[in-house]
Write a protein that binds this ligand. Sequence first.
Ligand code: WT7
Length: 658
Amino acid sequence: MSDSPSGKISNVLNETRIFPPSPSFSQQSSIGSMAQYQAIYDASIQDVEGFWAKEAREHLHWFKPFETTLEWNEPFAKWFVGGQTNVSYNCLDVHVNNGLGDKVAIYWEGEPGDQRTVTYSDLLRDVSLFANGLKKLGVQKGDRISIYMPMVPELAVAMLACARVGAIHSVIFGGFSAEAIADRNNDAQARFLITADGGYRRGKPLSLKQTADEALAKSPSIEKCIVLSRVGGGTSMQEGRDVWWHDLIDGVSENCPAEPMDSEDSLFILYTSGSTGKPKGIRHTTAGYNLYAKRTFQWVFDHKPDDIFWCTADCGWITGHSYIVYGPMSAGATQVMYEGAPNWPQENRFWELIERYKVTILYTAPTAIRSFIKWGDHHVDKHDLSSLRLLGSVGEGINPEAWMWYYEKIGGGRCPIVDTWWQTETGGIMMSPLPGAIACKPGSCTRPLPGIIPRILQHDPASGDLVDVGTNSGGMLCIEKPWPGMLRGIWGDDERYKQQYWSMVPHMYLTGDNARQDEDGYYWIMGRIDDVINVSGHRLSTIEVESALVSHPAVAEAAAVGRPDEIKGQAIAVFVTLKSHEPTDEMREILKKHVRKEIGALAVPDDVRFTSALPKTRSGKIMRRLLRDIAAGKEGTGDTSTLEDFTVLVRLRNDDES
Ligand code: WT7
């Protein structure tokens, strides 16, 4: 392995097992054979624009039809130009108008065990009420609204209400700290924040409002804060700024027509980590995103009207945006939504939910699967999981052992597994088995979806030119043509967008992942090319963690790296040089707490190692790959010829032993 993004990557995985869908699964699938997939795929890439134009006409409601399918002014895409639609209309009104108002949209369960059933009519009413509440508060088209809430139906209601009135939401995961919330509020110049008094996690109410208050003290653009009462018991409300959700909707009309939005009006911003310290606001727009979330949901999950779908993600991540709210709801799906932890009150909570609601499709993350394996099969054995017909995985590569356990123990050997590869930036799934058509190989995301053209490129060692790599060699995964779900940019930073995604490989979208393609044309993701680590399926930038550490007065310098972790995929190890303080256990705890405060619990380092110096190149760049080896407990065998001070390595290893 090498630090350079163009370095050669060796392929160490050699997985040869193959699992075709059963004939009965294929028979009931809308795309039920490899030949059918191939025909759809081939046609889609022969005329990419024609393909998406037809999809858009058939699968979205248009207040005004579009005139131009794609305006491509590289790297800025505009899809379905001239058209007007509304995402909340596509998710709600369409179904109610089709007589499906009584269909269950959400079976919700709170962590303490409270249950709610929400139909599409209920949801349309709740969204309309809240949308009218937003208008009453002065929300206007194009305003940014931050949402910091637990996993309750009102979170989906808030998102859909923003979409209904044309406000741009920025959902901030409930585990983020006040600092992180304030950064996001300020970057987006949000005018409003929607939060709750709390939410339940492992038996305890988390006081979200208290964290929100701390953030608001540093968020001058926020004028009003709407507070949902979830846990009760009172919270301090600031006169003139804070308003209860229930007071806001008191007396407003249940009728709120959806605002016709231009195809390219922004729908949401979602912040994600990049390879610099500043979080990136990934911007998605209306029609293209809506179409892509809906169709990929239908294709990949082979969705049928009577399916009970459960995506275990939080709406604070892109998975929750695309496969809890916008994809499934556009498709009129019935789904399960759960507020809390998978091991509360016991480690069988997921299996209990699947049995109770007769879930047919489960979509979860490898990090969760690894926890289930660790917790033991007896938690699974207590439950009847025979309702399941399809399983999904997302967030990081699934290791073949976890894949086999998921397939056999949860799927009873009868459910295909869709290993879905995509990113916050792609808006929806890009590569995945279509479960009735494409045989699975454990650890491979298999094939591209219709309209998506992946390429794997590498610098030719002799000429330095970028070339497509051959079978089974790793290289940079790129996407050749624009697709409707793609990000439209980084909020307020076109330069960074160009630089990050469209400069290293000319005329292609650079995903930031390495991949290889095997002899059957299957794709295998091989991890990131940049300094981004994947902890429990969520991207964290090493630089963000480093900046947080260096902001502590005792720290002179810090480097963060990922090291393999059985449960989380990667854990964070940090190497810290202190100013004049003692490297004590107490200092370790202080620094962990500091990172928790600056970023949030998900970024807290698992390993804090003190060192007198960091290994650097002559140009001063920290040599992370050496640190990665040390953190993983490996004897470094890599090239150290560019190391400026050779003794640092020896010292590091010694420090490590002390
Ligand atoms: C990065 C995107 C996609 C929603 C959740 C994470 C990694 C994601 C897979 C997969 C191997 C995967 C990639 C990607 N990743 N899915 N099936 N196999 N790696 O979204 O935070 O934007 O992270 O997650 O490295 O680039 P995200």
